[in-house]
Structure formats: structure tokens, C-alpha cells
Design a protein around this ligand. Structure first.
Ligand code: MN
Length: 290
């Protein structure tokens, strides 16, 4: 089975107007990708019929992700905030399903924000209850839910694969998976192998990003070790390139992600380079070491 190589839509666009949707899908296709990751920060803003028809036309597969905010934080202890978050997640799940995606992931367990306090035990329970219901709903459509492990400046909840595995174990839903991202692993994990192997079959999605979120291979991430670990874990899911630069402003997100520098300006050059880098990395991982 050929492994799918994906690209996050934020390399191309900062929103999802008709023009942005066309641009993102056509650019992904011409850059050689199999899959596009569509952000559902505002599910109601997605034109499902248009997106679906363009996905069919380009032959691209889609996955969907989002990040909650302090206003929709299901790990909050404020019941009204939790309820708002749960509604947003169910709306996002319905849009993802209608787009034909079988994966909804991201920072869906709490807000993507710089917390100033540790997670409250009551907030953790709130998140678990919402995720259990969302997972049940997702299972009815044959979908997986991915918990993206992110660094301490973006979450006070899941900073390591181990924490995500414990949470999934406690919730007990078979379609909950771990979503790992090399950019975040570089900050929080011991190395690029142990967390991948620890996840094993629970690893459901992967973001490949450099330590400075720019061109792959120009930072400190040990990609050869990571790709070999994916093979060791038997991972067959998509490998999606994620990158950010000030060259692509994203409303309500660039600030939270602290995107201050121009790590790239030519998105086509960046995308083609990343596609080739990932393909070569996977091929090297399949070649036995002597
Ligand atoms: Mn990511």
C-alpha cells in the first residue's frame, strides 16, 4: 500500500472562500500531494458541496483538523464554555463527514492557547466526557478522532504521547488515536523514536514539521530516526506536511502559534521540496541499514 503524503491547507491559504478552496486544492495537486488537510476552525464557513466536488475533481483525499479556543475549551471548568466547545466539535465532525473525510483531529481536547495554570482535574473530566460522546458519534460514521499532542506553550493538557495514550486508555473509545507532530515532539519528547513506538497501533496521524516550522531538513528534527520509527510502529496512515510563515497570515491563529518570521516566501517551492523530502525519507527508512 502506498503511503499517502498530505499537506496542510495553511501552506496555501488562510481561509476557505471559494477562491481559497480552489487555490488550495489545485496547488496541492500540482505539487504532487495525495491529500489535503482542511482546517475546520469555523465549520459553518466551509462550502461543503463546492469543496467536495473539487476534491473529486482533483482526486485528493481530505482530512480535517481544528483547534479549540478559550471560548470553546472543553477542558474548562465553566459548563457554558464546555457546552459551546462540544457544539463546535459536533459541527466540525458533521462537516468532516460530509466532505468524505474519515479523520478529524487537532487540539480538540482543550484550547490551543498559552495557559498560565495547570489543567484542573474537573476540566480534564469535562474534556473526557465530551470526547467520549464525540468518539461515539464519529464511530457511527466510521471516523477516527485524533488528539494532537502539542507543546507546553499551546496546551497544558497533552504535551507528550504518553499523556495522550493515558487519556485514550481512560476514555476507552476504540476510534480515538494519537496525532504526533515532529515540531512539538522536538520540544517535549526525549527523542523521535520512543513516543512513536509507544503509540504503536494507536498512532493515527502524523504532522511532519521542522523545529522552526520552515523548510524540512534545515532545523534540528531527526527525520531519519522519525521515519524509521514510523516503520517500526507499523504506521500506514497519512504523513502530512505542516509549515507556517508570516508570508501566510491566518486570522486568529498566527498570534497563538507565534508566527513572527518569514521562514519561507515561495509556497510552491516549499511544498515541492517537502513532498520530495518526505518521499526520500520514507524510501531511506525502507532501506536496511548495514
Ligand atoms: Mn501539527
Amino acid at each position: 500500500m502506498k503511503q499517502k503524503i498530505g499537506i496542510h491547507a495553511f501552506v496555501w491559504v488562510g481561509g476557505w472562500s471559494e477562491e481559497e478552496c480552489r487555490q488550495a486544492l489545485e496547488s496541492s495537486r500540482t505539487s504532487g500531494y495525495d491529500l489535503i488537510e482542511i482546517p475546520l476552525l469555523e465549520p459553518a464557513a466551509i462550502d461543503v458541496a463546492l469543496t467536495r466536488s473539487l476534491l473529486e475533481k482533483t482526486g485528493l483525499e481530505a482530512t480535517c483538523t481544528l483547534a479549540l479556543t478559550p471560548e470553546t475549551d472543553i477542558s474548562s471548568t465553566d459548563e457554558a464554555v464546555v457546552a459551546r466547545g462540544e457544539r463546535l466539535l459536533h459541527d466540525a465532525l458533521a462537516v468532516a463527514r460530509d466532505l468524505g473525510a474519515t479523520y478529524l483531529g487537532g487540539v480538540i481536547f482543550g484550547a490551543l492557547t498559552r495557559y498560565r495554570e495547570p489543567l484542573a482535574p474537573a476540566g480534564r473530566l469535562n474534556s473526557m466526557r465530551v470526547l467520549a460522546r464525540l468518539a461515539e458519534q464519529a464511530a457511527a460514521s466510521g471516523m477516527q478522532l485524533g488528539l494532537e499532542v502539542v507543546n507546553r506553550y499551546e496546551s497544558n493538557f497533552l504535551n507528550t504521547a504518553e499523556q495522550a495514550l493515558s487519556l485514550i486508555e481512560e476514555i476507552g473509545a476504540p476510534n480515538l488515536v494519537v496525532h504526533l507532530d515532529t515540531y512539538h515532539m522536538n520540544i517535549e519528547e526525549e527523542n523521535f523514536v520512543k513516543p512513536v513506538v509507544a503509540c504503536g497501533k494507536r498512532l493515527g496521524y502524523v504532522h511532519v514539521g521542522e523545529s522552526h516550522r520552515g523548510y524540512l531538513g534545515t532545523g534540528t528534527v531527526d527525520f531519519p530516526a522519525f521515519f524509521r520509527a514510523l516503520r517500526q510502529a507499523g504506521y500506514q496512515g497519512p504523513i502530512t506536511f505542516e509549515s507556517f510563515s508570516r508570508a501566510q497570515e491566518i486570522a486568529n491563529l498566527s498570534g497563538d502559534l507565534a508566527i513572527w518570521r518569514y521562514t519561507w516566501t515561495d509556497r510552491f517551492d516549499l511544498a515541492r521540496h517537502a513532498r520530495a523530502f518526505i518521499a526520500a525519507g520514507l524510501e531511506a527508512a525502507d532501506t536496511p541499514e548495514d
